[in-house]
Design a protein around this ligand. Structure first.
Ligand SMILES: [Zn+2]
Ligand SMILES: [Zn+2]
Length: 282
């Protein structure tokens, strides 16, 4: 039986592996197909695609967009994205500028608390255009300012903590539209983590294509619940480990194995959409 992992991060966002290292691990884990879904960027896709081609693994270019709906943050996964789509790249440049400003703000607040963290050290460690809180936490550990990533989050970075800075995000409906504009399928990420079930109908009307039923942090009961929801709204079913490499202990790759038939359904759905433009513009 063939398996896929459709939720993976590289060091182009807050993962620790390069695209090539990720593909090597996917190969070791016996996966037949992977999608790279870095936060607010598609930069890793070209290298990951080349690395997959070299080992004859199927690759799906993706991204995980940070979005919000009525003040609730949620993540929208895009699959089969055209990683060179102009509008997508322009929006990504804006997301990245927001992320970089947010790092400066968080560091300023940390400094106000008497902790001498330097923004440059965060950017140097992140070494990517989509820096985020995990990079701030890692830079704090590296500088010896806290003992662990957990301490950095608990004392400073968690929502409601003194260095937490809200992030301006695009609306979830715009995220779905952007994914479609770039030729992709829009999928709601880890709904069990966000507790945002009430907004699913609105996303479905906006053209949501699928829902991530299988995720490392979903219990079996949660997965079953979202499989029922997928069935009810005729949504595609996806799943992935949300592996960030070695960022938090043992790598998660391989902990969620999506049966390949779901990838097959995504591809069939796409080919139907291209054949019938009326559905594509729903
Ligand atoms: Zn997420
Ligand atoms: Zn993720």
């Amino acid at each position: 039986m063939k398996f896929a992992d459709l939720h993976l991060h590289t060091n182009f966002s807050d993962g620790t592996w390069t695209p090539e290292e990720l593909v090597l691990q996917a190969q070791k884990g016996g996966l037949s197909c992977i999608a790279v879904t870095d936060h607010d960027t598609v930069e890793a896709c070209e290298r990951a695609a080349a690395a997959c081609a070299a080992v004859k693994m199927e690759f799906i270019p993706g991204a995980e967009l940070t979005a919000e709906y009525e003040d609730t943050e949620l993540h929208v996964l895009g699959y089969f994205l055209d990683a060179r789509n102009k509008k997508l790249l322009a929006e990504i440049a804006k997301f990245q500028a927001v992320r970089q400003n947010r790092i400066h703000e968080m560091v300023a607040r940390i400094n106000e608390l008497g902790v001498p963290l330097k923004a440059e050290s965060v950017f140097a460690l992140a070494n990517c255009k989509s820096p985020g809180r995990p990079h701030v936490a890692r830079a704090m550990v590296k500088a010896g300012l806290v003992k662990s990533l957990d301490e950095a989050f608990e004392r400073f970075l968690k929502k409601g903590r003194p260095a937490w800075v809200p992030k301006s995000k695009i609306s979830a409906l715009e995220a779905v539209e952007l994914v479609h504009h770039a030729g992709g399928l829009a999928v709601m990420a880890h709904p069990g983590l966000n507790r945002t079930d009430s907004i699913i109908p609105a996303l479905v009307s906006a053209g949501l294509d699928g829902i991530e039923c299988f995720h490392t942090k979903h219990s079996t009961a949660m997965s079953e619940r979202y499989l029922e929801i997928a069935d009810k709204y005729h949504l595609l079913v996806t799943g992935g480990s949300d592996c960030h490499g070695f960022s938090k202990g043992k790598p998660l790759i391989g902990t969620v194995k999506l049966p390949y038939e779901h990838v097959q359904k995504m591809k069939e759905y796409r080919s139907k959409e291209t054949a019938a433009p009326s559905i594509a513009t729903k």
